[in-house]
Design a binder for this molecule. Structure first.
Ligand code: T3D
Length: 263
């Protein structure tokens, strides 16, 4: 029997999804995208899993769409169909799920592979990893949210450079530019991600989901609208069991015991 294209393992509240076509640098086939989407949909509503990690098997995170995954030899992939059915729902799902999604970028992240990583809330990358907006090399435009994320994260000039020149960006430069959270030594990636996920899984996870929602809304809001949203979400956070526990524990000078329960 062939190996699953997406490996799934849950431990201590952390769901780890591993893109698993190492021979093809984890290039996404349609079957793999469907599997990833369904795993993410399940994770979004699973209260036993407050944190999700996305990573790749072997030497790459993902080389983007598998350009050979077509029904007939000689065809080219139906880009609009792929975006509509697979990439766009996945990108929206990562952004909207009320829990942190971490990307552990273990090697090259190219094309839509880079942009799936950039959709995640926290991006850790091995120092040897690179980010490549490969699209211009094959006559396409950056998709899977790349043209939205890049100018917001690193500014218009750098976004244009990456998209038009299609040159790889090192993990270190990606960190220096603010594209990712952290570049770490290759042999420290697993332990750094584990420390972060342990911390997040033990945190007030309901409030983390609300923070994520407020941050996501900010790019479309005026300050006044955002202040209203913060008031509404803070009302929910402070009325939640974790909000009460956090304040009580602080006042009692003890460590809080969070449960992640909703108000
Ligand atoms: O129309 C649409 O498809 C719409 C959707 C668009 C979304 C996209 O993601 S478009 C962008 C697709 N990705 C790319 O254009 C990147 C293609 N890959 C590369 O340029 C290179 O593989 C890398 C720079 C990422 C890495 O180079 P290198 O030298 O380290 O590895 P390699 O030898 O090129 O790749 C290793 C194997 O993976 C090789 O297979 P083989 O010859 O050993 O059997 C290679 O063909 C395969 N592979 C890598 N990327 C893809 C791929 N196979 C299919 N599709 C790929 N994207």
């Amino acid at each position: 029997m062939s190996e699953p294209a997406v490996l799934s393992a849950a431990k201590g509240g952390v769901l780890r999804l591993t893109l698993n076509r190492p021979d093809k640098l984890n290039a996404f086939t349609r079957a793999m995208l469907a599997e990833l989407r369904s795993r993410l949909e399940a994770a979004a509503v699973d209260p036993r899993c407050p944190v999700v990690v996305l990573t790749g098997a072997g030497r790459a995170f993902s080389a983007g769409q598998d350009l050979s995954d077509v029904d007939e030899p000689g065809q080219i992939p139906d880009a609009a169909e792929l975006l509509e059915r697979a990439y766009n729902p996945i990108i929206k799902l990562i952004g909207s799920m009320p829990k942190p999604v971490l990307a552990a970028v273990n090697g090259i992240a190219a094309g839509a592979g880079a942009n799936v990583a950039l959709a995640c809330d926290l991006i850790y990358a091995a120092r040897s990893a690179t980010f490549l907006q490969a699209f211009a090399r094959i006559g396409l435009i950056p998709d899977a949210g790349g043209t939205w994320q890049l100018p917001r994260l690193i500014g218009a000039a750098r976004a244009r450079g990456l998209c038009l020149l299609a040159e790889p960006l090192s993990a270190e430069k990606a960190e220096a530019w603010g594209l990712i959270w952290k570049a770490v030594d290759d042999d420290k990636l697993a332990s750094e991600v584990e420390a972060a996920t342990e911390k997040l899984a033990g945190a007030a996870t309901y409030a983390l989901g609300l923070s994520k929602r407020a941050l996501a809304a900010s790019s479309a809001n005026t300050l006044a609208t955002q202040l209203d949203l913060e008031r509404e979400l803070q009302k929910r956070a402070s009325a939640s069991p974790d909000g009460q526990e956090g304040i009580n524990a602080f006042l009692a000078k003890r460590t809080p015991r969070f449960t992640g329960e909703n108000a």
